[in-house]
Design a binder for this molecule. Sequence first.
Ligand code: PA5
Length: 450
Amino acid sequence: MIQLKVRIDNAHGFVSDEEIKLFKSETDLQRRKIYEKTGAGNDFLGWVDLPCQIDERLIESIEKDAARIKADSQVAVVVGIGGSYLGARAIIDALSSNFYQMQFTGNKNPLVVYAGQNIGEDYTAELLDFLNDKDYSVIVISKSGTTTEPAIAFRLLRKHLEEKYGEEKASERIYAITDASKGALKTLAVNKSYKSYVIPDDVGGRYSVLTPVGLLPVAVAGFNIREFVNGAINMQEYLKREEDIFKNPALLYAIVRNILYRKGKTIEVMANYTSNMMYFTEWWKQLYGESEGKDQKGIFPAGVNFTTDLHSMGQYIQDGMRNLFETVVRVEKPKRILEIPHDNDNLDGLNFLAGQRLSYVNKMAETGTILAHVDGKVPNLEIILPQINENVLGELVYFFEMGCALSGYILDVNPFDQPGVEAYKKNMFALLEKPGFEQETNEIKKRLTD
Ligand code: PA5
């Protein structure tokens, strides 16, 4: 059995079970396309069977390297962007203390920090300052091995590391995760003898968190990657054998969101009431936005953190343009226990809550908000997790991956490509006068001066 549940009771005023059942023959077809690898983008379906195929030797090697990094580094810098960054960050943040980034001293595991996910000069300069007096290692991740943002960050970090430790010792502190045979990062890794891991050809960036892309950083941060993989295996096997729409959460989620989309609900707002899940929402935004937003179609994935954002975006969700639906990722059991104390003066009037746990108040806020939003004509879906741990997150990752593939096929797009991402790169290279972009440079300069 799986631990994750999808609840659609609060979408029933907008989507009926009869409408859902009408998708049965279509989704049977889409499922076959995925499992038999016959649909659009079928070169990138390696993630479907991936969890069950993860080799014990790969896990052992990752655990060994993680132990080495833990032994020689206070900090691990993960260099990557998009699918080469968000998965690891989502899992590490979900499992960590909210303040782990600030608890530098006394950590038994290296602090994981990120680079190359932006080209901010201040961010990168401040990171190098921070690293000046720390022992650190670099995990550089790029499937193509040519992405500009991580390549720039890696060049700077390599120089910093080589100045600190000398070229040979620096190379021993660099771990490259990239394509098996091509790309600049692959060439560098071979020439400089970096320890390397391969991202399988048939696994796209945003579906790669269960490859070394996610597993090495998560292991370095001190979490149990075997349990993470086990959760994904459990979900993989369950979703494959369960054909009933109402029992297969990925099918149900994919169908309901497409029905809502066809009824004009073009924005999906993912809400959490658990602050550690903020980066999980970012990972989900990339997975769904990059997979479905094409051919002038697709649900726009947005994210909010509640109750924080009830005091900012809450007004819009309750009362703005009615083109939204909301997906709440509900975590039943917090990691910690904290009760509201009694206060003799009771000047804040909160004694009626004395002795109650914060999670009780949070849950009432969640239930009250869902009902208010449904009253405000925002359909609500709930993804319910018993708690946050490695195993549950493994389930959640695979659930969203399969939900995304199914949903993209129902929408009739290729969920595994990202042609739109090239447009900004072409303009940026033209403006930077990159060799090979001479014609584009002339055109863009003309456009800017006309
Ligand atoms: O999902 C994707 O394919 C993208 O988001 C990539 O992960 C991102 O662009 C980074 O690419 P790369 O790993 O080639 O550096």
